[in-house]
Design a protein around this ligand. Structure first.
Ligand SMILES: NC(=O)c1ccc[n+]([C@@H]2O[C@H](COP(=O)([O-])OP(=O)(O)OC[C@H]3O[C@@H](n4cnc5c(N)ncnc54)[C@H](O)[C@@H]3O)[C@@H](O)[C@H]2O)c1
Length: 255
């Protein structure tokens, strides 16, 4: 039996980067997946790739900054596949390293909506569903080493990623200890994806902090590295890992 046989998963931001790598990896392990992204072309291509390889994926186009759409996404899994076992809140954006002085309200709102409100909205819908199932469910929220330290992103990004860790631990504390919902955080370091192309106007003060933290010379991982770590965290092999933050950064923050 494969490692996710019989499981139904949602992955947000699965049209590219590590979300796509997770979708392909989870499908290899026989999960049925709602692959979701705001980019319709990319997400349809990911679903087609999985289905052509003999897996089972449904493409969903959702912008996770839309609360109603996020709610619907969670329920789509139950409507289409009859259950929801795994929720991966992966969609996220960065913030050009804008500091507390240079971040605008508009940027703050945008980053917090996608990186923190969206996981909150999705978890709020998913937890009761998971609690109602005999087998419960697993949540994996994608934070960052920016969720543990101050100098790995701008003010809004770092705040949002710290928030994701607090949200996850609170879910474990309230629904996970001897409960049915297991929730963990994956905190990647520097991973080669397309997210770097969105850093178009970096704040020099924010970047100086990254440089001081060794960010210009940090080890670089792949989407597949994150997919394999995520696979462990959503599979039953990690059943005793709950409310944890798993850092996957090639040792960067051990320095
Ligand atoms: N790449 C890194 O170095 C790194 C490090 C730490 C944490 N992360 C986190 O990992 C996650 C994935 O990042 P990635 O590097 O794979 O990025 P990426 O840009 O390669 O992929 C992100 C995907 O999310 C989608 N997305 C963005 N905003 C969305 C929205 N509002 N609604 C729906 N989909 C949306 C994009 O279309 C894209 O397909 C993010 O949460 C990011 O913060 C990345």
């Amino acid at each position: 039996m494969a490692r996710l046989t019989g499981k139904v998963a949602i992955i947000t931001g699965a049209g590219n980067g590590m979300g796509k790598a997770m979708a392909l990896r989870f499908a290899e392990e026989e999960a049925r997946i709602i692959v979701s992204d705001r980019d319709a072309d990319n997400i349809q291509a990911v679903a087609a790739q999985i289905n052509e390889a003999g897996g089972s994926a449904i493409a969903d186009v959702t912008d996770v900054s839309d609360e109603e759409a996020v709610k619907q996404l969670v329920h789509t899994a139950v409507e289409k596949f009859g259950q929801l076992d795994i929720l991966v809140n992966n969609a996220g954006i960065v913030d050009n390293f804008k500091t507390v002085v240079t971040a605008t309200d508009e940027l703050w709102d945008k980053v917090l909506k996608i990186n923190l409100y969206a996981p909150f909205w999705a978890c709020r819908e998913a937890v009761p569903i998971m609690e109602s199932q005999d087998g419960g469910g697993v949540i994996l929220n994608i934070s960052s080493v920016g969720g543990l330290f101050g100098g790995r992103g701008g003010a809004a990004y770092v705040t949002s990623k710290h928030g994701v860790i607090g949200l996850t631990k609170n879910i474990t504390a309230t629904y996970g200890v001897k409960g049915k919902v297991r929730a963990n955080v994956l905190a990647p370091g520097s991973i080669i994806t397309n997210i770097g192309t969105t850093i178009t106007d970096p704040d020099p003060v924010g970047q100086k902090a990254l440089q001081a933290a060794g960010g210009f010379d940090s080890p670089q991982g792949s989407g597949e590295d994150m997919a394999n770590t995520a696979l462990f965290l959503v599979s039953d092999e990690s059943h005793f890992v709950n409310g944890s933050v798993v850092v996957a950064d090639g040792g960067w923050t051990a320095l």
